[in-house]
Design a protein around this ligand. Structure first.
Ligand code: JB8
Length: 253
């Protein structure tokens, strides 16, 4: 996979895109990642990329001309056209499902804004507008790195067998169960007995129940789309009921 990023701050990408799994994917030739400086496609003395908004109001807007030129130039670097993603707080919410879709593409072109955002006419060039969450950042660079990270790990061969993304779909729609490693007793905080029992059926059942309870507590919105048995629905309902009970009753149970 090839990822090209267009940004005013190409240096921001150096550490994160050269470290750990993403860095290794690049070294192995599974991921080609290039950051391009948008100012390379300005033509005035001050290399201007922003201007005041028509209609007035605070802040500045990304000028369209450098973006149009940059996207055309970056697209021309390969025969394969890149799927163009703009990062903006008003984009579609990024999900694991979108990460899977993007990971199936040969080539992505990410466009990062700064200031108050893009001139609406630049968005014509977008195949997709993405947001990584309901908060406002100072620019699209961190979102572009988040999405590159999420997509790169889904590219075949990037993760080792141990880290494999393959079994993530099994528990899809639920939060992870709690994990433990040695020591078995950490200053009196003990690993649950079931995990040391060697009974793999019991362990799988315990983990599944823990996942359901955790999801019911912190992300009850996810339960609507999770595939649960009738018994598992009762476990989720029990956990939601517990959260509504007074503290003293929870502590005594
Ligand atoms: C200017 O919060 B964000 C985000 C914020 C931005 C730009 C892009 C993305 C551009 N501010 O997702």
């Amino acid at each position: 996979m090839i990822v090209d990023v267009i940004t005013l701050f190409p240096d921001m990408f150096e550490g994160p895109m050269s470290t750990s799994i993403v860095g290794l994917a690049r070294e192995r030739g599974l991921l080609e990642f290039r950051a391009h400086d948008l100012r390379d496609w300005t033509h005035d003395r001050h290399r201007t990329t922003d201007d005041a908004p028509y209609g007035g109001g605070p802040g500045m807007v990304m000028k369209p001309e450098p973006l149009f030129e940059a996207i055309e130039a970056v697209q021309s670097l390969e025969d394969e056209p890149g799927f163009v993603v703009f990062f903006t707080p008003s984009g579609r919410p990024f999900t694991q499902e979108l990460a899977e879709g993007l990971s199936a593409r040969e080539r992505l072109v990410f466009v990062c804004g700064r200031y108050e955002g893009f001139d609406e006419r630049s968005l014509e060039l977008a195949d997709l507008e993405l947001s990584i969450g309901d908060y406002v950042l100072t620019g699209g660079e961190l979102p572009a790195m988040v999405v590159t990270d999420a997509v790169a790990r889904l590219v075949p061969g990037v993760l080792g067998d141990d880290e494999s993304a393959a079994d993530e779909s099994f528990s899809a729609g639920l939060l992870e169960y709690p994990q433990y490693t040695r020591p078995a007793d950490f200053g009196g905080r003990e690993v649950p007995d079931v995990l040391r029992s060697g009974d793999h059926g019991k362990i799988a059942q315990w983990r599944r129940e823990q996942s359901i309870r955790k999801t019911a507590r912190v992300r009850p919105d996810l339960l609507a789309r999770a595939s649960l048995t009738e018994r598992e629905r009762e476990i989720a309902a029990d956990e939601i009921k517990r959260a509504d009970e007074p503290e003293e009753r929870q502590a005594s149970q």
